[in-house]
Ligand binder design. Structure first.
Ligand code: GDP
Length: 160
């Protein structure tokens, strides 16, 4: 509804990554505990809000989704396309380009979603946090890891 809660901190999180990796799905799993196989990824969601209470602090969490804009990333990305699994580098570069202080003051978490599809067990060899918006694995944990990192950093907390 239109209910608004008082809060001590306002956190803004962004979902960034290639199209169709499950950014919207992870967000919807986190905020609504739901999953839709037939989600319209071109539409996406603008942002969702979640209220948390941690360390006696009320946190209003806004998580922003790309709403499909990642499809239109610039041509320079073709440079990174050659090697499998390297597109994270493109996105990290973007974060550094557009964030204050060259991205230093931003908590970043790299998550490998759709771990449920790695039926051969290869998922266990992944070098990044594992998640599945479908089976719930790791979704809550990923978001909370970022929230806790912000909470524990006085410099970051200052601006919230
Ligand atoms: P986005 O473009 O990164 O926001 O990706 P979407 O959230 O739109 O997801 C793209 C497609 O992948 C949709 O058909 C989802 O249902 C599916 N999907 C998302 N997360 C998972 C997951 O963890 N496991 C599986 N099997 N499918 C997923």
């Amino acid at each position: 509804g239109s209910q608004s809660f008082p809060y001590d901190h306002l956190f803004k999180l962004l979902m960034i990554g290639d199209a169709a990796v499950g950014k919207s799905s992870m967000l919807i799993r986190f905020t609504d505990d739901a999953f839709d196989e037939h989600i319209q990824s071109t539409i996406g969601v603008d942002f969702k809000v979640k209220h948390l209470e941690l360390n006696n602090k009320r946190i209003k969490l806004t998580v922003w989704d790309t709403a499909g804009q990642e499809r239109f990333r610039t041509l320079t990305s073709s440079y990174y396309r050659g090697a499998q699994g390297s597109s994270w580098y493109h996105w990290l570069k973007e974060v550094k380009l557009y964030s204050p202080n060259n991205g230093e003051g931003v908590v970043k978490l790299l998550v490998g979603n759709k771990i449920d599809l790695a039926e051969d067990g290869s998922g266990s060899e992944r070098q990044v946090d594992q998640a599945s918006a479908k089976t719930k694995t790791g979704v809550q944990e990923s978001f909370m890891e970022v929230v806790h990192k912000i909470l524990e950093d006085p410099d970051l907390l200052l601006n919230t």
